[in-house]
Design a protein around this ligand. Structure first.
Ligand SMILES: Cc1cc2nc3c(=O)[nH]c(=O)nc-3n(C[C@H](O)[C@H](O)[C@H](O)COP(=O)(O)OP(=O)(O)OC[C@H]3O[C@@H](n4cnc5c(N)ncnc54)[C@H](O)[C@@H]3O)c2cc1C
Length: 304
């Protein structure tokens, strides 16, 4: 890691909001749902689909959870009204998981019920490891009643993930597979990127063996290469999997995937709570800051 990247990742939690905002603005659609709708229309016109996310997590009161539940319902209604090719991603802690598990589950159930009635889909994002059991349990409790309308995320950095896939394979499977973004202890998560990548490939292979629908969420071309091999090996058709990427990240790879004929879904976050999201992204990938600085100075920069 370069000195610049090391410094960004060590100091980012203390950098003032407006500075973080400057670096992060390409990665967030805007403050409100209309901004996310506009971004999604643009993506749809370029042959991509989207998953919309209202920024906010680890909330402290039931009122806040109520606010986020309403936002999620509004996103689904907005997608329907505007005729967008998009679905919804939500976070269990945004709907109250840390306050009251049953309350959070009921909130998520209400959202998934609306999604099913609109023939849409809800992806339950995966947060840090104290949330893993409950999040998988929520998926397990919803997946039969709402088959085709709900899916969950698993992270290849967790030591448990291969076992989780096996344990879940007694029912309908719909996963997003990603490396994982939280700073987890070594006890629960691999720390070596080569192992995380190997785990990603193993997990994906197991998912395909179990006939899961998978959103392959990565910008790592090594993994895209491996995933392509598995897609061929299993003879999957275009509608049997998708790639997923974050808004603003590596547009070159994004265009390549679309040109090659893959379905590609872009994660479109919006909302006023952009600061923790952006800090996490910058901490995870300090080269975003370098890229934005180079752009500001009019220097040529490889896409990050
Ligand atoms: C659609 C989607 C949904 C996700 N949902 C979750 C979730 O629910 N839970 C969870 O823990 N994690 C989630 N993640 C994050 C994921 O776990 C990884 O932390 C993140 O995608 C980076 O891993 P990578 O596979 O892209 O590989 P990396 O090796 O981290 O990145 C590969 C290359 O991509 C570029 N890159 C990667 N990330 C960024 C970035 N943020 N900004 C700029 N450039 C970047 C860099 O050039 C980097 O060299 C999600 C990711 C995606 C794409």
């Amino acid at each position: 890691m370069s000195l610049f990247n090391f410094l960004v990742s060590k100091t980012i939690m203390h950098v003032p909001g407006p500075i973080v905002g400057f670096f992060a603005k390409g990665y967030i659609a805007g403050d409100d749902l209309s901004a996310a709708v506009k971004t999604t229309k643009d993506l749809n016109s370029k042959g991509m689909v989207a998953t919309i996310d209202i920024l906010g997590e680890f909330i402290k009161t039931k009122e806040e959870a109520g606010f986020f539940k309403q936002q999620c319902l509004d996103i689904l209604k907005g997608i329907d009204k505007e005729g967008l090719d998009a679905n919804l991603s939500l976070k269990p802690t945004q709907l109250g998981l840390e306050l009251d598990k049953a309350f959070a589950f009921e909130n998520i159930r209400e959202i998934v019920t609306l999604a099913a009635s609109l023939n849409n889909f809800v992806r339950i994002d995966m947060e840090d490891h104290p949330c893993t059991d409950d999040t998988l349990e929520f998926f397990r409790n919803l997946r039969e009643e709402f088959e085709g309308h709900v899916g969950v995320v698993v992270q290849s950095y967790l030591r448990r993930t291969l076992d989780d896939i096996e344990a879940l394979s007694d029912g309908p499977l719909n996963f997003r597979l990603c490396k994982g973004i939280y700073n987890e202890p070594r006890k629960v998560a691999f720390k070596d990127m080569a192992i995380i990548n190997r785990s990603f490939v193993k997990c994906l292979e197991k998912m395909f063996e179990k006939k899961a629908y998978v959103g392959i969420a990565t910008h790592d071309e090594k993994l895209v290469f491996e995933a392509d091999q598995l897609i061929r090996k299993f003879g999957l058709k275009r509608e049997e999997y998708e790639y997923q990427m974050l808004l603003g990240v590596d547009p070159e790879l994004r265009d390549l995937l679309v040109e090659q004929g893959h379905k590609l879904r872009i994660y479109v976050p919006y909302g006023k709570k952009w600061l923790p999201y952006s800090r996490r992204r910058l901490k995870e990938n300090p080269s975003i800051a370098q890229h934005a600085l180079r752009q500001m100075l009019g220097m040529k920069s490889k896409s990050v």
